[in-house]
Design a protein. Sequence first.
Length: 114
Amino acid sequence: QVQLVESGGGLVQSGGSLRLSCAASRNIFSFNPMGWYRQAPGKQRELVAAITSGDSTNYADSVKGRFTLSRDNAKNTLYLQMNSLKPEDTAVYYCSANYGTQYWGQGTQVTVSS
């Protein structure tokens, strides 16, 4: 069993920044991959960014150059730094980790006002 707890969402103006955190209940290097998804109202959940245990990263085209993944091994935490936020980034952001099966956090709301 894996628990994932997200934090860091909120309301920000267009052009602003937020950093999301995902704290895991076990060593994050045991996940392959681990990442962030988002779901906007009326839309399907989509991959935002993910990282493998071998440090390979994958970013959605819509966030390349603006969002960055990082990890703190000592804290078992994955971060998503989001810069130059746009209204279309508004969504519920979910942390996900694959450990035999895919685990999900409860989600954190990100709202970007224009």
